[in-house]
Design a protein around this ligand. Structure first.
Ligand SMILES: Cc1cc2nc3c(=O)[nH]c(=O)nc-3n(C[C@H](O)[C@H](O)[C@H](O)COP(=O)(O)O)c2cc1C
Length: 215
């Protein structure tokens, strides 16, 4: 009996080989209190395209991802508003150590690749030096289909883009509050970014946000 079951399982594995499981990466919990006022951060935020050659700390990475899309409410609501609370975005990050997806529900990252994909992003972004020189390039993508049932196709696109603006601004303001340099980058070839990052076809890249230590 046991032998039969084992054979069955083996047969199934041949037909459906197990998918490689993306490695979960823990990040420190976010700070919920800062030392600088919102007004000061609004004054301080500036697009900066040159960075010091230093990696971000785990604390900074966790804080930036949380600012973009972190959960701040027991019902799962997030730092950035979302039409119908349907959350049409995903946030990724490319660093020297690999390519990661943020999982808001557990405030963790899931490693998608161990490769440094920043050069491929730089090429896709018309060779903008800010993309090559940043310690981390955050990538905000939209999944329009999450909104389509409620809002229809046209409105879904508009709402996803508005939501991306909210998430991006949160990240940029958080970077400023941490004394980091950052710039929002919208000029890139969508298809080339999608290919470079092996994104699922339904994910449309909207923003690249290079972040690094200030020079
Ligand atoms: C939708 C959008 C797309 C942008 N794309 C780029 C870009 O591809 N490369 C870049 O260096 N800056 C880009 N920027 C940044 C602007 O150049 C910058 O915000 C503007 O010069 C004002 O400067 P400030 O951000 O310091 O206030 C973009 C900004 C926005 C809002």
């Amino acid at each position: 009996m046991l032998r039969e079951r084992t054979d069955d399982i083996r047969r199934l594995q041949v037909i459906h080989p197990p998918k490689p499981i993306a490695a979960e990466v823990t990040i420190p919990p976010p700070m919920r209190k800062g030392l600088v006022s919102l007004e000061e951060i609004l004054c301080r935020r500036r697009s900066v395209r040159e960075f010091a050659d230093r990696p971000l700390t785990d604390e900074q990475i966790g804080q930036l991802l949380w600012a973009a899309q972190g959960i701040t409410d027991p019902q799962g609501l997030r730092t950035a508003p979302s039409a119908g609370a349907l959350y049409a975005l995903e946030t990724y990050m490319a660093t020297a150590n690999g390519f990661y997806k943020y999982i808001p529900e557990s405030h963790r990252m899931e490693r998608q690749s161990v490769e440094d994909l920043r050069r491929a992003l730089y090429l896709a972004a018309w060779e903008q030096e800010s993309v090559l020189g940043a310690a981390a390039v955050f990538v905000i993508v939209a999944i329009y289909s999450r909104l389509a049932e409620k809002y229809g196709e046209e409105r879904s696109v508009r709402y996803a883009h508005l939501e991306a603006g909210h998430a991006a601004q949160n990240l940029l303001l958080q970077a400023a509050a941490l004394g980091l340099a950052s710039v929002p980058v919208g000029a890139f070839r969508d298809g080339q970014v999608q290919t470079a990052l092996s994104l699922p076809w339904e994910q449309t890249p909207l923003y690249l946000i290079p972040v690094g230590a200030a020079t």
